[in-house]
Design a protein around this ligand. Structure first.
Ligand code: AMP
Ligand code: MG
Length: 416
């Protein structure tokens, strides 16, 4: 058996980020910026009002009360005509450019308009610059907007769009082939004959990839035939940046995937018995002319999920150029016992975790072991990592990998 950490090192060592490509902002969400991006325009581009109200000279309100002559109205997108002289005010909408002469804006709610007299009454004194957004207040020309290595989230993409950029150079989003192997597999929709099962791994992996921000390429199911599996790997190695297959890495008579990966991967490949439960059988190698990483995951659905989290997701994040490739791991308080027996393996247990009043993450419940018990793990948002030994009693602390941080929310937060 090989330690999880050693297996992970075997996978990750030698992997580097994919080449950058120019992509539209719409396509770049979640990708990693390749270059530093500097501002080429200041934002705001001109002084403008942050309120619907009246543009005026603050000095006119110094006495704490003023009646000013209204001289027209300015909409956002409009061009100011005329100068605001002493004793005057111009009606102005949020985002409209400040007219010359005016230095402050009084919000409409704090004014009384006399439309017959054509005046506006203000009964407080305004601070100079009140409710004015100044040119360059948000972004100055030459300022760093995005650094190389930054993940392009919605707000960063918005900042780039705010500069008139339509595209950005970012690390290519990894395209990942997903295939399942097994003579027993039937795709959803088809009728099941005795002994056949539905292919759950492939749609699950496709969804896990999409959830993680990668582009899945569904290659379909392949029968347990060595040549068929090998030609599928060879074909997709040309088209994709990584390959994930499930099944066929254990010690069954037709477990051919491990042989294919070790044949095609040569020195870069290894068929492993990882010291982890579930997820012990695992094969990895770099295949094809571009030496793309190929992951042979075990066929049992829960094992597939665990191996994906331990090995595949970090590796694909590395390909995607991400700085942080690991999931958030925290020490959580156990609200239930987590017994296990010594077997030399790390036990990975699906669990439900949440923040409690003590400010700590608690494991509220755990899912009973069984690598085929897929529906049981469906609601879990964490994986408890239980080292070899006798397990834990309720109240003890266990390291957990968080799969869904939103679901950690304290009940109090749900009122928001
Ligand atoms: P294997 O690793 O090929 O020996 O498969 C281990 C177990 O997982 C067997 O019970 C298979 O029937 C099951 N299995 C394999 N592939 C899939 C799949 N794509 N979806 C659901 N179960 C699978
Ligand atoms: Mg099989």
């Amino acid at each position: 058996m090989i330690d999880v950490e050693d297996a992970r090192q075997f996978v990750l060592s030698g992997l580097t980020a994919l080449a950058p490509t120019e992509m539209t902002l719409a396509d770049a969400l979640g990708c990693v910026a390749n270059d530093e991006v500097l501002a080429r325009e200041m934002v705001p581009g001109f002084a403008n009002s942050s309120m619907d109200g009246f543009a005026l000279r603050a000095a006119d309100t110094a006495a704490g009360r003023a009646t000013l002559i209204v001289m027209g109205s300015l909409l956002a997108g409009g061009v100011p005509s005329g100068r605001v002289e002493a004793g005057h005010a111009m009606r102005i909408m949020t985002g409209a450019p400040m007219p010359e002469g005016a230095d402050s804006v009084c919000m409409i709610e704090q004014t009384v308009v006399d439309s017959v007299a054509g005046t506006v009454e203000i009964s407080r004194s305004l601070a100079l610059g009140e409710n004015v957004r100044y040119a360059g207040e948000d972004v100055k020309v030459g300022q760093t907007l995005v650094r190389s290595g930054d993940e392009l989230d919605a707000i960063r993409l918005g900042v780039l769009a705010g500069q008139g950029f339509a595209s950005v150079r970012a690390i290519t989003r990894p395209r990942v082939a997903v295939l399942s192997t097994g003579n027993e597999l039937v795709s959803s929709g088809e009728a099941l004959r005795h002994g056949e099962i539905r292919d759950t791994n492939r749609p699950t992996l496709v969804a896990l990839l999409r959830e993680a921000g990668f582009t899945p390429v569904d290659v379909g199911a392949v029968r347990d035939e060595y040549d068929e599996i090998r030609s599928t790997f060879e074909r997709v190695a040309h088209e994709c940046d990584a390959i994930i297959s499930t099944g066929g890495v254990s010690v069954g008579d037709v477990d051919h995937v491990k042989g294919v990966i070790t044949e095609l991967g040569g020195a870069t490949a290894k068929s492993m018995q990882v010291a982890v439960r579930p997820g012990k059988p695992f094969a990895f190698g770099r295949v094809g002319p571009r030496r793309v990483p190929a992951f042979g995951l075990p066929g049992n659905p829960v094992s597939t999920r665990v191996s994906f989290e331990l090995f595949v997701r970090p590796a694909l994040r590395l390909l995607g150029g991400h700085r942080d490739i690991q999931r958030l791991c925290v020490d959580a308080v156990l609200d239930c016992a987590l017994p296990r027996s010594k077997d030399g393996k790390l036990h990975v247990v699906h669990a439900s975790a949440r923040f409690h009043d003590d400010g700590r993450v608690h494991v509220e419940s755990v899912v009973r072991p069984g690598s085929h018990l897929m529906s049981a793990v469906a609601g879990a948002n964490a994986l408890a990592l239980v080292p070899d030994g006798d397990g834990y009693e309720s109240g003890e602390v266990v390291p957990v990998m968080i799969l869904n941080t939103d679901a950690l929310a304290h009940p109090r937060d749900e009122a928001m």
